[in-house]
Design a protein around this ligand. Sequence first.
Ligand code: HSE
Length: 344
Amino acid sequence: MVYNLAIIGFGTVGQGLARILVNKKDLLERNNNFKFKVVAISDIIKGTVIDQNGLNLAKFLQDVQKEGKISGIKKSDFSSVEIIENSAVNIVVETTWTNLETGEPGLTHIKKALALGKHVVTTNKGPIALAYNELSKIAKVHNAFLGFEGTVLSGTPAINLALRNLAGASVKTIRGILNSTTNYILTQMETGTTYRNALKRAQTLGYAEADPKMDVEAYDAAAKTTILANVVMNGNIKVTDVIRKGITDITVHDIRTANLKRKKIKLIAKVWRENGRIQGQVSPKALSSTDILANINGTLNALTYSTDLLNDVTVIGRGAGGIEAGYALLSDMLALNQKLIKNF
Ligand code: HSE
């Protein structure tokens, strides 16, 4: 089977996936029996192109990187929703920006695709944090696959690790560092860099959200905490239920004082069950240097699942970046492919 992909949103993440697909096309076909064509790309700023025979991704990436827009190809007037409706498309890659209030435009894209029985892979935190339970029901009814590995820890296994590899073990609590921008800022501040300069660097390096308030005031980490709570621990919480405090009040002095006591300040996310209810929290904590999370620096993220059968399982890896997020989308598509192959 050849998958026909439509990439909706062609920013850092969409381009990261495209780069991987260009570089690994033959290998994916040979080793993973994964054959694909990208039949449409739609981006609100760069424009929309369709080619049922498959776009020349390498040339397309070059153009976008040189000119910041789609050039040299006949553009299409179709809207993103019309692209999703196109009968040739069978996997929708949803990589538009995250909106934690409405989930749009991603929420509409994902609902539309799933209702048409099309598989969806996404890194978009908004729709999953706001409407996971509803979206997974639509997916089930229409026999469609919904992959969202990249919403937490980017390409580092987090969601599928819990759902597939840890299936059968009960996750009792979750604890982790879920935001790269703030971890980078806190690490930089340890060497005396000011908060403002560290944030600027994180933005230049492409880790920060379009609105960095999402990172530093911990909305992004709260969204990821919500996803973990609802998906891994069967909760039913909203992003606004997560007790949230960001890092904007933390000073270099606070960090130095903590370091003198052999402690590290980290933005820690937690999910736990209390009186039968799932709870979430994100806030800065001074951790003892023996705590595994105290030693996660820079843009690295980490997540510990405390389970009944294996005790603690910790995964550490990159939590942001175009290639990393692109890999998350690829890993979801390969999981879908394995599932479909097995069904034959
Ligand atoms: N702004 C996010 C972060 C990107 O810094 O972790 C990845 O979700």
